[in-house]
Each structure stands twice: as C-alpha cells, then as structure tokens.
Design a protein around this ligand. Structure first.
Ligand code: 9MR
Ligand code: 9MR
Length: 616
C-alpha cells in the first residue's frame, strides 16, 4: 500500500514538473487597442517564420506577421524572437499561433485590460490586515478570524526608556502584515505608504472611483464616518497603526512590532507568542515623518476630523527626535548581543540615512509650505544639501527618489527659489529613463526590466514595477509616449512576458503562482492562493536554499511555498504594482492607448500621431 502511494506520488511529482510555461510569452491579461503589443517567442531557430493572431476556436487569421531576429538573452541562456502585432487594433479575444508550438493562452485586446490587476493589487492589502476578522462579504472564500490583536505589546529591553521600562505593555493594534510573515515593520511601511499615497496624489480622479469592496471606515474606527476613496481607506488602516508606534514621550518611532521569531506556517491568530516593539531608529523615524507629512496634506481635503493635524504633529515630534538621533541604525545582530529575547524576524536594517533625511524633509516642506505648524524645523537646508545626491530606483533601503517625485508633483506650487534645483532633478530623472530605454533593443523580452542583471534581486518584481513608476513620472513631466510605452512593457513583464512565463500576480492570468510563501495562503486549506498578491520574482540569490529548476538571473523563480527568496509576497512589492497598473488605467485615453468612452474628452494629438483615428 505504502509503495503504491509512493509510486502515485512520484507520478504526481513528474506530472507537476511537466506543467511548464508555454513558449509564447504574452501579457496574459491583454493589450490596449492602440498600445504597443508584443509577445515573445522562445526559440533557437532564426529562420524566417510567421506568427498568426487567431480568434480562439476560430480559424480566421486576424493578423499575420514575421517573427523578429533571434536575440540571445543577457540574463539567461534563453534566446527569443519578438512577435510584434502593435499594428493590429481590433478589440476581441485572441490567441497567438506559431506553427509547431503550443498556442498562446487566450488574451484580450480591449480597453481597461489592466483594471482587474489595478483593483486586485489594491484589494490585496485588505487580506493583509492584522487584528480584524475578514468578513465573507469582503473576503469571500478567504474570510478568516482576526489574528494578532497587538493590544498587549511588550516594550523589548532594546526599546526601554524611563517612562516605558522593559516589559511595559502598550497597544499597537491594526496595520498590515508585512509579507508572508505576521510582523509589522515601520521601515517597510514607509516606502509602501509613500508609494500608495503617491498613486492617489498622481491619479486622484481614477482612485476616487476605484472600488475594492472593503469595509467602510466607520466599521473599523469610531472616530470617523467619512467616505474616503478605497485606496485612502485602506492606507488609513496602516496609518493608524503607524501612529501607535511612536513613543509619545520623545517622538521616536520603534522599528517594528514583532514576534521574537517567525511564526510557523499557520493561520493568523493560531500562535499566541508574545509581541514586542523593539528599538527606535533613525530610518524608521524619518520614514514615519515622511508618511505622516504626506498623509496630512492628503487627508486635509477629507472630513476626517483632526486626523491631518495629528499626522502633522506626529511628523513634527518624530522629526525632532531624529534631529537628536541623526544616525541610529537598527542593527539586529548587535542588539541581540545585548538583550533578550533575541529577535530573529526581518531586519530592514538600513545603515545609510541620507535618503530618509531627504525624503522626510521634502514631504514636510511640501505639506507645510503655507502652514506654520512646524516652522523652525531645518528641513530646507537638508533638501538643499541632499537634492543632488545620486538617483536610485526606490527600495525599502533607499527612498531618496520618493522625495524627487514629490518635488516634481508639486513643482508648480513651490516657490521660485526651488525651480532651478527641480529642473536639474528632472533632467536627472529623464537621463535615468533614457538610459533604461537604450537597453531595450538588446533585451530578449524587449523590456526595461532586465536591462541589468542587478535587477534580479530579492523582490525583483518590485524593481520592474518601480522602473514602471519612474517612466510614468517621466511621461507625466514630458508627455513623451516612449516613456509610458515602456512602463506598459514592464507591466507586460509582470503579467507574463518574461523568462519564467508566469503572470506573477496571484489569481490573475492563465499561469500564476499557486504556492506563494504566504502563511494564510499556505494554511487556509483553500487551493487558490489569496488573490492580488505580487510574488517576489526571479532571484538567483536563492537565499531560501530550495532546489530550483532554473537558477539563472531571470529564471530563478520557484513556485513552492518554502521558496521565500523568490515566492514570498510583500506590501512594498504590491504598492508599485498598484501604482503602475492604476496609472496605466488612469492614463489609457490620454496616452492614446484606448478610445474615450462616451462623454470623455478625446485624447490630444501628441508626438505626431493621433492613434484614435486609425481604422478599427
Ligand atoms: O517566513 C519568513 C519570511 O517572511 C522571511 O522573508 C524569510 C527571510 O527572513 O524567513 C522566513 O522564515 C523562515 C526562516 O527564515 C527560517 N526558517 C523557516 C522560516 C519559514 O520558512
Ligand atoms: O525585501 C527584503 C529583502 O530586500 C532582504 O534582502 C530580505 C532579507 O533581509 O528581507 C526582505 O524582507 C523580508 C522581511 O525581512 C521580513 N518579511 C518578509 C520580507 C520579504 O521577504
């Protein structure tokens, strides 16, 4: 009997290994009618060959084109050919056919092709909520009881102060779980909130009407009954938690609210291990300043009584703490030599604070430029000192560029004295975007992503999404179509036009992660993982020591739940996806990708081509 089970199991294993990605790589959700439309065909043969666009189950050829020349990938041993059907603009459902290969998955050409991912990626945060039950009305089959109430959190010895000695109990409820684990980290909340709030600031009209079916605010807070757009309603859930992480006595902010060690792969609420807030730090405190300052100016416009003021006050006192503690790193290893219990959950230990200082100062400056609330804080000098620091794509460890985006967003409202510096940083941003674009012709997937092997780090999919945001910002400043076209190219990458063949967002597309390193998805007994979550993506570092079928930079991805180095999900990875998908949905008509709906204005003729008037 046992032997029989073994044989069956091995057959299953073999079968599951054979479920490989298709050789024709597409954006599995689809393409906007008048946007670039590219599929990538894995191939080793460079001879002249045709590809066809067919309606599924139909025999009529809708379009026919030649495959492009063979390109060898710089990021793996793959070689590819491009199938470019941008010239075909008719809405409908199609498949790509290359004789001798399996047909591509069916995909759509149409308006709003990214809407599903824009909505689901934002909804993903609701499923990450700690301390509240997820109701079937909002969570469907993924409803679950509350976990980690965090109303009795211990001050860890590393965080002890005179007023709050070690062992003091504080309350720090709510907020999102960081990732596949159940801890809550301020540093990672920083970039996540900054990115989500920026999505709202850049595309308020779009997000005002994007509904994700989450509980109204009144259900989660007694202090307000105001109607907020869902993106802000969701962000507020984490913002209120962040406020609890500030020490009211000195303004400093604790790095995280955490178990001593990671929970097992169980549902939230199963383990009752003690929770701690640990040591305050400069990165956490300055990230907190930036988020609170940005939130204050957004919330001012909504009837949430007193909240904007509280945020600004919190930002100001955190800033004062940082001025007194300008470079206090969170060094978990060093901390564990001094205190018990040892803390072995995520570190987010940033040692360089130049970027946090800049970002915090910019958000304060923009939010208070005509308010007196925090006059006398020396943010101006810091902006001047740091504004020419090197530009780096945002990540949890480097947030400089979030400040640049804010300066550009508000440039017309800022005093004249800032304009020359802002012009310089715009030049820098466009230079970075142009450098990205220059790599595309040589890229085997015709994307910005993969322009450098360094793109394939832990959380590489967030690199792709953040590159997309950078290009969206370049487009917002110039309206030059090439920038947004390549932002869209990186969305194609995330949705399947990549070396793994996966659409990296759970529950989306035809071939997507089924086994993310995500405790609820592993433990809930439901086959489908929780939807709308972006997997980390290819990471040749493979720090999880699992046995990967593919190990090259762009292929080192494993859809198994122990593979946390490539298949975890995280709030700071979903946020740039929310931004990118939302931006493209918001801009599809203005960018000339989709025709306007009845009543909407027609897009302006830009860059010589009014694509709307092409034949349909
Ligand atoms: O689940 C943890 C995940 O959130 C982290 O990103 C990862 C790296 O710090 O660690 C995971 O936890 C693993 C731990 O590091 C080692 N033992 C197994 C844990 C679960 O896979
Ligand atoms: O995203 C983080 C990555 O940049 C680091 O290399 C890695 C190891 O320190 O940690 C990642 O963050 C994890 C965090 O420490 C704990 N929660 C899960 C996060 C995503 O894996």
């Amino acid at each position: 009997m046992l032997k029989y089970i073994h044989i069956t199991l091995s057959i299953l294993v073999v079968l599951s290994l054979r479920i490989a990605a298709q050789s024709i790589r597409i954006n599995q959700l689809g393409y906007y009618p008048y946007a670039p439309k590219i599929a990538i065909v894995l191939s080793t043969d460079g001879s002249d060959r045709l590809f066809y666009l067919l309606s599924p189950h139909g025999h009529d050829t809708a379009y026919r084109g030649h495959l492009g020349p063979l390109v060898r990938s710089a990021n793996s041993s793959l070689s590819t050919r491009i199938a470019d059907f941008s010239a075909f603009e008719k809405e409908g459902l199609y498949e790509i056919v290359v004789p001798g290969m399996e047909n591509s998955y069916p995909f759509r050409i149409g308006r709003h092709v990214a809407e599903e991912v824009a909505r689901a990626s934002l909804k993903g945060y609701y499923y990450q909520r700690s301390a509240m039950a997820l109701d079937p009305a909002y969570a469907g089959q993924w409803s679950r009881p509350a976990g980690h109430p965090d109303t009795q959190v211990l001050i860890h010895p590393s965080a002890a102060s005179d007023q709050r000695p070690a062992g003091t109990i504080i309350s720090a409820p709510g907020g999102w779980y960081d990732a596949g684990d159940y801890n809550k980290y301020i540093v990672n909340s920083g970039i996540t909130m900054g990115t989500l709030l920026s999505a709202y600031e850049d595309f308020p009209d779009y997000y005002d009407t994007l509904h994700t079916n989450i509980p109204p605010l009144s259900a989660t807070s007694t202090r307000t009954t105001a109607a907020l757009p869902d993106i802000l309603n969701e962000a507020l859930y984490n913002l209120r938690w962040m406020l609890t992480m500030q020490d009211p006595d000195d303004g400093g902010v604790y790095n995280k609210c955490t178990n001593a060690a990671f929970d097992g792969m169980v549902m939230p609420g199963v383990t009752k291990a003690p929770r701690y807030v640990v040591q305050k730090g400069t990165a956490a405190t300055l990230d907190f300043v930036a988020v609170m300052a940005q939130a204050a100016r957004i919330l001012r416009k909504f009837p949430v009584p007193g909240l904007a003021d509280s945020c600004l006050r919190a930002a100001a006192s955190a800033w004062s703490w940082a001025v007194k503690n300008p470079s206090l790193a969170y060094d978990q290893e060093a901390m564990n030599k001094l205190y018990n219990p040892k803390i072995t959950t995520g570190g987010y230990g940033d040692m360089d604070f130049k970027d946090e200082w800049f970002w915090a100062a910019v958000e304060l400056m923009v939010s208070t430029r005509d308010a007196n609330a925090v006059r006398g804080l020396q943010y101006k000098k810091i902006i001047e000192d740091r504004i020419n620091d090197p530009m780096t794509l945002p990540s949890w460890g480097n947030v400089h560029m979030l400040g640049d985006y804010t300066l550009l967003r508000y440039r017309n409202k800022l005093p004249k004295e800032w304009q020359p510096a802002i012009r310089t940083l715009l030049r820098g941003l466009l230079q970075m975007a142009d450098n990205y674009l220059a790599q595309v012709p040589a890229n085997a997937f015709h994307t910005i992503m993969g322009g450098s092997q360094r793109d394939f780090a832990w959380g590489s999919n967030a690199v792709a999404a953040n590159q997309g945001i950078l290009l969206i910002n370049a487009w917002l400043q110039t309206k030059d179509r090439k920038y947004i076209d390549h932002a869209l190219g990186n969305l194609d990458y995330l949705l399947g036009r990549n070396a793994t063949g996966y659409c990296f967002i759970t529950g989306m597309g035809s071939y997507s992660p089924m086994h993310p390193h995500h405790r609820p998805s592993v433990a809930d007994g439901i086959v489908s993982p929780i939807p709308g979550l972006l997997a980390g993506g290819p990471n040749p570092g493979r720090q999880d020591h699992q046995s990967y079928n593919f190990t090259e930079p762009e292929t080192a991805y494993l859809d198994q739940d122990p593979a946390y180095a490539s298949n975890e999900i995280a709030i700071n990875w979903n946020a740039p996806l929310v931004y990118l998908a939302g931006a493209l949905e918001a801009l599809q008509v203005r960018a000339g990708y989709s025709s306007a709906e009845a009543g909407s204005p027609h897009p302006q003729k830009k860059n010589g081509a009014n694509l709307l008037h092409r034949s349909k």
